[in-house]
Unconditional design. Sequence first.
Length: 260
Amino acid sequence: MHQRVVERLAALEAEQGVEILHACESGSRAWGFPSRDSDYDVRFLYRRPSAWYLSVFPGRDVLEQPIDAELDLGGWDVRKALALMRRGNAPLLEWLASPIVYRHSGEAHRILCEVADLAFRPESTSHHYLAQTRSILRTARELGGLRQKPYFYARRALLAARWVIEQGTSPPMRFWTLVDALASSVEADDLGGPSVDELEELAATKLDGTENSEQTVSSRWHAALAIEGEILVGRLPSNPPPTPVEVFDDAFRRLLTTPL
């Protein structure tokens, strides 16, 4: 599949006249808790020739490919990515930190990470993860139970929010890195959620199952997520002043000319 993704990215570059600066896995495979039939969620950042940006009417800044049973592929123009970065876009930070990389330009990645660090907005990022959890729990209530797949999504989102609140930095993408680093903090809150061993057992079950498994987690673990979310809402950090626009303009110009 890795080779298939690389070939699709090369074909996309030829078809669209773009250059891909960074391409990575963004879903459960990168987080570390895939199911047996999880698809591949490939996300990328790209640039166009400099002249394309000198237009009275801006062109479309998103590229998407038809989704098939195995592969979901989409990306953002680097100018769009920088604008979203200034507002604290959490998914973009995850793309830059993904442990599964299909295309990598070292200098371009360095510039993007440098700006992401300068522009990091802890309150906005925390809000993203907490809102993600609330949405999952709301759907679970409507369905009458929380299934395994959304449980891991919600569990990871809360751990990511906790990381931001306690560490003050963008969270690592790997679920088990978050679990290991924050286990003592979660236990100190005594929320009634699973132990690390129980999480590992559940992850093993998920790996052997399918994406559409109807198996639910215990109501106690479900309730613990809601409790933790309420606790973290009361601990939100503040955002610093917005990073000056000039920082993004400079990064954009460098990204348009950086050799790949």
